[in-house]
Ligand binder design. Structure first.
Ligand SMILES: N[C@@H](CCC(=O)N[C@@H](CS)C(=O)NCC(=O)O)C(=O)O
Length: 219
């Protein structure tokens, strides 16, 4: 059997979700090692001492430990829906929007959803600070079904797992906001075959355990 990369992943991590979606759509098989954050495998820490998921270890030993690097690696192999190509004209705008969500929005998301983990964090303050980011998406989605056009692309795939997490913190509040297009966008991405396929549960891996083949659309 051909050697394939190993992906360390945590099912509920939004960064790992984007990596799994890109790997799945690219059709590039890997072996999946599901981890839990409070007990990371030594093998993962040896490959990437910073200790975040996702981590992709290639057969040549090279290690990618930033989600966007894994996304780009997968799409370099195969980008069948043209997630990047269609939007070349917007490449800088997309990168800037993704960065805004990975930094500013994520900061407030964590303090809204997990306020008890942060000293003095006021959940409703942080929810309010996150609102402008979501209004920006709602505004973009009034003219297009997806963030940069009529079909899903890199920005949608990399950002929606964080919006999903935000919506789950208080679903009733989220649904009460006048963001109909954002709701439709989020629902369509959550209901997609792609997302369903990458959210299948795998047992937590430890040394010596079988490593399931992660090949959602190649089985
Ligand atoms: N910049 C990194 C961030 C990844 C990240 O922070 N992942 C979280 C899980 S969602 C993590 O592994 N945190 C380490 C921990 O909680 O111990 C990336 O894009 O891959």
């Amino acid at each position: 059997m051909t050697e394939v990369p190993v992906l360390y992943s945590f099912r509920r991590c939004p960064y790992a979700m984007r990596a799994r979606m890109a790997l799945a759509i690219s059709g590039h098989n890997c072996r999946l090692r599901e981890i839990i954050l409070r007990d990371k495998p030594e093998e993962m820490l040896a490959a990437s001492p910073k200790g975040t998921v996702p981590v992709l270890v290639l057969p040549n030993g090279h290690c990618l430990d930033e989600s966007l690097d894994i996304v780009n690696w997968a799409l370099d192999k195969n980008d069948p829906e043209n997630w990047r190509g269609r939007t070349t004209a917007h490449a800088n705008e997309i990168a800037a929007l993704v960065k805004t969500f990975d930094t500013g929005f994520k900061h407030h998301l964590d303090r809204y959803k997990y306020a008890s983990r942060y000293a003095d964090a006021d959940a409703s303050y942080h929810r309010g600070e996150a609102v402008p980011y979501l209004k920006d998406l709602q505004c973009r989605l009034q003219t297009n079904q997806f963030l940069f056009g009529p079909q899903r692309g890199l920005a949608d795939i990399t950002i929606f797992p964080f919006v999903r997490q935000f919506s789950i913190a208080d679903p009733n509040w989220f649904r009460d906001q006048p963001w109909a297009d954002l709701h439709t966008w989020l629902d369509s991405l959550i209901d997609s075959d792609l997302f369903r396929a990458i959210m299948v549960k795998y047992p937590v891996w430890s040394t010596g355990d079988p490593e399931p083949l992660f090949a959602p659309f190649n089985a």
